[in-house]
Design a protein around this ligand. Sequence first.
Ligand code: UDX
Length: 438
Amino acid sequence: MTTAAALAYTGHTVSCIDRNPEVLYSLSCGRAPFHEPGLKELLADGLLLSFGGWEIFDPLADAIFIAVATPGNPGGDANLSYVETVAEEIGRRIDKRANTVVVVKSTVPPGTARRVEAIISATLETRGISTNLSIASNPEFLREGTALYDMFYPDRIVVGANNELAVDTLRQMFTSILEQTFKPPAPVPRPQNYKLPVFFTTTPDSAELIKYAANAFLAMKISFINEFAGLAEHVGADITEVARGIGLDERIGRCYLMAGAGWGGSCFGKDISAILHTARQFNYDMYMLEATVKANLRQQESIIKKLQSELKVLRGTTIGILGISFKPGTDDVREAPFIAIARRLIELGAVVKAFDPVAIPSCRRNHPDLTVIYVNNAEEAAKNCDALVLITEWDVFSHLDYEKLGNNMKQKLIIDGRNALNPKTLIKNGFKYMGVGC
Ligand code: UDX
């Protein structure tokens, strides 16, 4: 959706095809069907965007982006059935005069662009026609919550193609982003000192692997700092200082070194499983990635350990949780650390109350079996609790009246799972404060 909105904003005519009528209806009314800052405003900007089913497919389009989901199969591999169905449908509908580039935007294992090409060619063959069609891989690196920002101001645009036409079409399509000649949309101002992005061209297989390597590396960086956070707690160091100290080395960099309750979201876990699955097909061990996942599970468990160290047996306790989504700025709860932590607390016999500024409806919808008591605000989450745990660092949680909150708690214990709060203020208000890695 953000790709479509940005392409439309930069002057292209874009038709968005989906098979979910609710999503189409909501978008046609200018409403994004998920929480993404700035998207609603952009959709209201009179863009050349249309929404519909296959009936709005343009058989002579310059480019067709496949941006469907590739969820994980039970064995960890990426489910490519949606990608393949779309490829077949394109083969059925494309005009024989078309000069189209089919762009695979979905996160897919190496070889998928080739597979898409083969499916389209086979379908064209059954129609007894051939077209001047080319395939490219163009992975996306958007973060939820800042997706528009990442779309308009990327570090790089990666294009994997074996064909000049595909590379030229995509370069042209992204020219105004590559040269930053567009007027920044009001909700997504251009950052100061922004450097023009690199247009990086390579083979489709490498482009596909770049996406997995990028996500795996970021997850590994977080697991790395979380592992050191655990050690910092033992030796009496402060992980925030350690992260700052190493991040100043440009070879290491400052980003993705925030220790916390673990990484979550729809990408890191799913993509690591998928690439581990690919590696297993070659009997090739990826030790670092296996450890990245293991360290993340331990990190979520460390929140439970902290509660146990203070409250001892958790059966019969009431725990208030601040933050449900896998990070601030989104209502996405896929692989959110909250889910695993809440489940474990309930298993151990605790009552869990939780508040999130936007993610409660999506959590109810996606985890109907989770017996959490959802409350309307942080005050209710804290009321009569034995401990308050911050799992997602929504900005509002930094500005709560903790003195008042604490007075309504059974015990003034706070676990700051994101090191987002001011320990001094909390301690002054009589709290026992426990952060991560400090
Ligand atoms: C990620 C990639 O960043 C993006 O490039 C890719 O296209 C999709 O996957 P996203 O899943 O939206 O994006 O979230 P991201 O902002 O990367 O955060 C992922 C998780 O890591 C969150 O749970 C976040 O809380 C956690 N995180 C992030 C940390 O724990 N510490 C950090 O320093 C950074």
